[in-house]
Design a protein around this ligand. Sequence first.
Ligand SMILES: *Cc1c(COP(=O)(O)O)cnc(C)c1O
Length: 235
Amino acid sequence: MVKENLTNVRATIPEGVTLVAVSKFHPVEALQEAYDAGQRIFGESRENEFKVKVAALPNDIEWHFIGHLQTNKVKYIAPYVSLIQSIDSERLLDEVERQAVRFESERMARFGNTCIDVLLQLHVAQEETKSGFTPDEVLSLLESVNVSERWPHVRLRGVMGMASFVDDADQWRREFRQIKACHQALLDGPLNKQGISSEQFNILSFGMSDDYKVAIEEGSNMVRIGTSIFGHREY
Ligand SMILES: *Cc1c(COP(=O)(O)O)cnc(C)c1O
């Protein structure tokens, strides 16, 4: 089942778009099935599940953290995480920096590199419950902070966002355009001044099971798909 779903999803994703298989709430066996079908990038949203799955599954998996991350939980994922997609505050960046230093040797052994790659999560949806920076907040943060001095072990790789939970493709499209525009504004403004290039800050992570086709049309190059691969989650 997982294997067929994965094949079907892959057939709809163009080259140059990275597929993150969102495996939260699904058992290790389901991830193993996806792994056996060739999937190597998985997204998890809770640090306790993350730890268990990292320990149980092969070492060549690239683990992304995509859920809301509390500062006191960063230490549990820091040794293993390839990309934290859900950076939503300045404090969280401070903590990622601290934990990257603390787990320097573990990360060097695993990745050959001590920096932690992150995406800035943008809030463009209408729901107040979703987290993330507004475009204005993230622009003013990066105008006011010297990134390489304050977070030398953090590498800003791009932006992540979610569209509103509505059944309206036009609204998704408008919100995805806001994410893309913010990415460009960051590159043209504060990141350019700080010497962070478009080759480094090149990830646009938006699009989930329902809306990823629209997301790709609007310039996403990383989609995070759960339900269409693993089926519905039981919370
Ligand atoms: C759960 C989740 C997804 C995947 O959602 P599906 O609708 O199951 O594809 C993608 N991104 C984030 C941040 C999520 O929490």
